[in-house]
Ligand binder design. Structure first.
Ligand SMILES: O=C(O)CCC(=O)C(=O)O
Ligand SMILES: [Fe+2]
Length: 221
């Protein structure tokens, strides 16, 4: 599933990417490692021996001022309001898309009434991904094949391709990056909710193009 989005979303995404790629991701590792959390896997991931190209920062509750402010303070002790605003507006737009998809889905299964419960009880995690270009002879795996534990995950790729999803006949299909589209993936929670009617989406990242790859994911729990 993918969807066209408004100019606003694209502008907001470009802002966020600029901030993160120009500044955040270039902070020294010890600064990035301050992005901790008491929830498992809601923190900085990177420096992994098995996936040396991969790095990711996480912002829990990215629509909340307090939450973006505490992330911002870690990275910019003098503050950076524009960064926080950018995260919040991007997250607003993507969660709006999530709601549209969720409503369509629940209505199509005849359980439209579930939408209110879903929209009140969903939490979001914003993840920003960076994948370095593989060096000669280096393995080009960005993320190994997996499904997300989420209800939905909505990914926006930068301009460098790499995301592959597994389709029905077990083929891996590349999802081309586009400035105006998001990839909406079903996760394990949706599969459980739907009694396996909607299988969670196997996906992976393989880096074939030149340049550093950036992507953004909002994970809906
Ligand atoms: O970087 C990507 O395009 C995919 C990241 C991913 O696997 C995820 O958001 O769960
Ligand atoms: Fe994933």
């Amino acid at each position: 599933m993918s969807g066209e989005v408004s100019r606003n979303a694209v502008a907001s995404k470009q802002n966020l990417r600029r901030y993160l790629s120009r500044f955040t991701m270039q902070f020294p590792t010890e600064v990035k490692m301050q992005n901790t959390s008491n929830k498992p896997a809601f923190h900085y991931l990177g420096q992994l021996k098995t996936l040396p190209l991969f790095e990711s920062l996480a912002i829990d509750h990215p629509k909340s001022f307090d939450s973006t402010a505490s992330f911002t303070n870690l990275m910019w002790p003098d503050g950076n309001d524009r960064f926080g605003e950018s995260v919040q507006s991007y997250s607003e737009l993507v969660t709006e898309l999530d709601r549209i998809v969720a409503r369509m889905l629940f209505e199509s299964y005849g359980v439209g009434y579930y939408y209110d419960y879903y929209s009140k009880n969903t939490n979001y995690l914003l993840r920003y991904f960076k994948y370095n270009e593989p060096m000669m002879e280096q393995n080009n795996a960005g993320i190994l094949p997996h499904t997300d534990k989420t209800f939905f995950s909505i990914v926006h790729q930068g301009n460098i391709s790499g995301l592959l999803v597994k389709v029905k006949d077990d083929q891996w299909v590349e999802v081309p990056p586009s400035p105006t589209s998001f990839v909406v993936m079903a996760g394990d929670a949706l599969m459980a909710w739907s009694n396996d009617r909607i299988p969670s989406c196997y996906h992976q990242v393989i880096l074939k193009e030149k340049g550093t790859r950036y992507s953004l994911g909002i994970l809906f729990h």
